[in-house]
Design a protein around this ligand. Structure first.
Ligand code: NAD
Length: 419
């Protein structure tokens, strides 16, 4: 099949490269020229395990191409996926659909043949209707079936999740579009579970899923505070809860709260949507405010460990919002560092295995960047572990503590380190 994907970011790139591996002819379109040039040259523009190899094999096979030109990219495509960003509007919390509508308008202008337009971006319920209307208004002759095809991949596991999705949700009533999507995933082994639902349900499933996971993280964090107060062990409690199949073990790790480019914005967008329709989502509201407080709480714990030192040096391990990615968008680690450096006299030296460049864009010269975890810890009074990278879990902490100054405390916000 001929597929085009508009938006070559954390979703579009693994999806495009994965579809090419399945044997489809894929053109990835992005308005960022530098990105397109790098990708054409086989250089990945974001870190994901296995992505570089997948990109190179797609390029070598000739089935994966990149362009900035929408008209050229969508020519002959049976399915056009739209995977551009839908960030938070910071004033209202609602999803900003500017990029989506700009991409759809450009697409509509060059549509000649019948096509399925699959919205992969996370969009408010009802956006499919607006996308359809925009296409008709821009190009009345276009024959486009707009469907919802939300993405559920996890950053850090994007390539794995592309080839092993736990379900594919397809939002459309159109028989033709449903069979085209079946054909799209037919080469995938084992065959993925596919759920065919209405377009609005599909859009809602994405928000309902992300908000539930965010709430689960917030719940275990609150339980962690409770266990600390009553001297119970949160890990034992989480295991005891998670072994109940109705609850499940996933997302029961206490930590510095959720972050990244999805949960924070999607919970807020859901709240905004519900409010617009007169529905109160009190669980989501309290998840959002509780999660925001979590960063401050972690920063206080770290500062408390050095409260008697006039010019404390703080080492930070981990800046990405989770392990396996270089993504620092809404990273709890970045938020915690921002709280730390507000305290006069504090200096922070940080290290992350993959996210240094992205962190530098957010934190600039406000902290020092170390080339490895040992250099970050050298001469520090306290070490804060903020991202769950395996290399931190495997570190020899007694050797690390020898590099540090007294009181050489470790505040392990991810519960990783062996003391
Ligand atoms: P991203 O910011 O990494 O990538 C978006 C890309 O779209 C960028 O490369 C940008 O240059 C490009 N773009 C923007 N406007 C364009 C246009 N008009 N024409 C061509 N290219 C354009 O975003 P992302 O993280 O991949 O997320 C994309 C969507 O998928 C969002 O709605 C997000 O909520 C959703 N999503 C993301 C994840 C994730 O883990 N990142 C998971 C599931 C769903």
């Amino acid at each position: 099949m001929r597929i085009a994907i508009i938006g070559t970011g954390y979703v579009g790139l693994p999806t495009g490269a994965g579809l090419a591996k399945l044997g489809h002819d894929v053109t990835c379109i992005d308005c960022d020229r530098e990105k397109v040039e790098k990708l054409r040259a086989g250089q990945v523009t974001l870190f994901e395990e296995g992505l570089e190899e997948l990109l190179k094999s797609g390029l070598e096979s000739g089935r994966l191409t990149f362009t900035e030109d929408v008209a050229q990219g969508v020519k002959g495509a049976q399915i056009v996926m739209v995977a551009v960003g839908t960030p938070e509007n910071p004033d209202t919390g609602e999803a900003n659909l500017t990029y989506l509508f700009a991409a759809v308008k450009q697409l509509a202008q060059c549509l000649k043949d019948p096509v399925v337009v699959a919205v992969k971006s996370t969009v408010p319920v009802g956006t499919g209707d607006r996308v359809g209307a925009l296409i008709r208004e821009t190009n009345p002759a276009a024959q486009a079936e707009v469907i919802s095809l939300p993405e559920f991949l996890r950053e850090g596991y994007a390539v794995h999740d592309f080839f092993h999705p736990n379900r594919i949700v397809v939002g459309t009533q159109s028989k033709e579009a449903r069979s085209l999507i079946r054909e799209l995933y037919a080469p995938m082994e084992p065959s993925p579970k596919m759920l065919f639902v209405s377009r609005r349900s599909s859009e809602a499933i994405k928000y309902a899923s992300n908000a539930f996971l965010a709430m689960k993280i917030h719940y275990i964090n609150e339980m962690s505070d409770f266990c600390e107060a009553v001297q119970a062990d949160i890990h034992e409690v989480a295991r005891g809860m998670g072994e109940d199949t109705r609850i499940g073990l996933a997302f029961l790790r206490p930590g510095p709260g959720y972050g990244g480019s999805c949960f924070p914005k999607d919970t807020k967008a859901l709240l905004h949507m519900a409010h617009k329709h007169g529905v109160e989502l009190s669980l989501i509201r309290s998840t959002i405010s509780g999660n925001a407080k979590r960063r401050e709480l972690m920063a206080h714990k770290i500062l408390d460990a050095v409260k008697d030192i006039p010019h404390p040096r703080i080492a930070v391990w981990g800046l990405a919002f989770k392990n396996g990615t270089d993504d620092c968008r809404e990273s709890p680690a970045i938020g915690i560092v921002q709280h730390l450096i507000k305290r006069a006299g504090v200096t922070v030296t940080a290290y992350d295995p993959k996210a240094m460049d992205n962190a530098r864009k957010l934190l600039g010269d406000s902290i020092t960047y170390a080339p490895d975890k040992e250099s970050a810890a050298q001469g520090a009074h306290v070490l804060a572990i903020l991202t769950e990278w395996p290399e931190f879990a495997e570190a020899d902490m007694s050797a690390i503590k020898k590099l540090m100054l007294e009181p050489s405390r470790v505040i392990d916000c991810r519960f990783l380190a062996k003391s």
